[in-house]
Design a protein. Structure first.
Length: 229
């Protein structure tokens, strides 16, 4: 089945260029040129991935992301003309999975889309993890705590599974950037800290005193060895 990509971009020239390249790469595309239409298209088309411009008329890209994250973990690749690290961190904070700053290479955009879809796909060969009341199933990309589902984005799941499958090992922020985002991503320490905070808020009974993802001051982060203390 051909994956459908929802392109949310108010500049029709840019939207057409994105669609042309994605369709040449084998994807089906749907368009929305404003925020309200984007939310209707999302509900109707159930896309495999969303390419989302940050600056839109009406409902903006950040609010669209917040709305979608209340009900879906669909990968979101955010586009913006802004280039500050603060804007990128804010995009990740509300739930974007990756980020491209305009102007961008269409080849890079297609590569990012493919990478996000690969990461969001189930991985049958990876082993499930059970720690105390926490269950992580990579085949379904599903997380349960005390039997209740925990909704994580692609990026959040990747971080959790990477650390949980290597309990006790300490990873620096730079190492996690490379492991979770991949080489060539323009993110900084704040991006990792923000990602960890989001996972803790969703996962930990008390995020201020984390049981699972622990901070090792001056070194980075680790998943608790042997589970919760």
């Amino acid at each position: 089945m051909t994956p459908t990509i929802l392109i949310v971009e108010d500049d029709r020239r840019i939207a057409a260029l994105i669609a042309k390249n994605l369709e040449s790469a084998g994807f089906a595309c749907r368009h929305a040129y404003d925020g309200d239409t984007a939310l209707r298209e999302f509900a109707h088309a159930e896309p495999a991935l969303i390419v989302l411009d940050l600056m839109l008329p009406g409902v903006g890209g950040l609010e669209i992301t917040r709305h979608i994250r209340r009900e879906s973990a669909v990968p979101i690749l955010m586009l913006t003309a802004r280039s500050s690290e603060g804007d990128k961190v804010l995009g990740f904070e509300v739930g974007a999975d990756d980020y491209l700053t305009k102007p961008f290479s269409t080849l890079e955009l297609v590569a990012r889309v493919r990478a996000l879809l690969r990461r969001a796909a189930p991985h049958e060969q990876e082993k499930g993890i059970a720690v105390d009341d926490l269950r992580i199933d990579p085949a379904r990309r599903e997380v349960l705590r005390a039997g209740a589902p925990v909704a994580l984005t692609t990026l959040e799941f990747d971080l959790l599974y990477f650390l949980a499958s290597r309990p006790g090992r300490i990873y620096s922020r730079e190492a996690l950037m490379n492991r979770v985002w991949g080489d060539g991503r323009v993110v900084d320490d704040r991006s990792i800290d923000s990602l960890v905070s989001r996972v803790r808020r969703k996962l930990e009974p008390d995020p201020a005193r984390p049981r699972y993802i622990q901070t090792v001051w001056g070194a980075g982060y680790r998943f608790a060895e042997g589970g919760a203390p």
